[in-house]
Write a protein that binds this ligand. Structure first.
Ligand SMILES: Cc1cc2nc3c(=O)[nH]c(=O)nc-3n(C[C@H](O)[C@H](O)[C@H](O)COP(=O)(O)O)c2cc1C
Length: 204
């Protein structure tokens, strides 16, 4: 198994994908299982993904992504969907912990109550949480893809309203980013340089 730092340093955004490469349902499911390990606030798990693999789906998504060719060429493009209303799912997420005796009623009430207190009346933080959760899951999915020897590219170059309409997103769901995944073809750029760590790090 490749260690995580090697995987992080190996990931790079690809532009060219092998259009003949097909991912199996099991391979796609495994990547989502990996992404599902990403953390979320209160463990609300307020994201899901639409794996676009059919010719028809790719054509619709490519049109919504301003024609970006890699959406048509890559084996799969994952629409990372954040759910601004995800905190409402917490009772069913936390209940099993109560039932198993892992937490007591006071901890359950505190957990669900604190989340309601934080999100229920604040649409800005509902929105931000959807972006955070889908983004962390997206990064985790890309690292999983890299570890599996697959290329990927995160993208924000798409019309969110068109994606939401074409792929049936529900009220409160946000198409946060789309991520192409597949086999790299020839002609991709190498790794891109980063600004120095000194510009990134403030020690307080
Ligand atoms: C939020 C986000 C949106 C992006 N949108 C696009 C896009 O629409 N099309 C594209 O070709 N690349 C897109 N990229 C890829 C970036 O250009 C790329 O990550 C950046 O140049 C750094 O290169 P690297 O990923 O190879 O390290 C996006 C990346 C991120 C994180």
């Amino acid at each position: 198994m490749t260690d995580v730092i090697t995987t992080i340093k190996a990931r790079t955004s690809a532009n060219n994908f092998d259009p003949t490469h097909v991912m199996t349902a099991a391979e796609i499911s495994e990547l989502v299982e990996i992404a599902n390990e990403a953390p979320t606030s209160f463990n609300q798990q307020n994201w899901r993904t639409v794996a676009v693999t059919s010719a028809e789906g790719k054509a619709k998504l490519q049109a919504a992504a301003y024609g970006q060719a890699k959406v048509g060429a890559a084996a799969a493009t994952f629409i990372m969907v954040g759910d601004s209303q995800g905190y409402k799912q917490l009772p069913r997420i936390v209940q099993p912990l109560l039932d198993a005796g892992y937490i007591d009623q006071a901890a359950y009430d505190g957990w669900v109550g604190a989340a309601n207190g934080m999100y229920a009346a604040n649409t800005q933080i509902q929105h931000d949480e959807a972006i955070r959760s889908a983004s962390l899951a997206g990064m985790t999915l890309m690292l999983g893809a890299t570890a599996k020897g697959l290329a990927s590219c995160p993208m924000v170059g798409f019309d969110p309203a068109a994606v939401a309409k074409e792929f049936g997103l529900k009220d409160g769901e946000i198409p946060v980013m789309i991520i192409t995944v597949g086999k790299a073809a020839e002609g991709n750029w190498g790794r891109k340089a980063r600004l120095p760590v000194t510009e990134k790090l403030q020690v307080a």
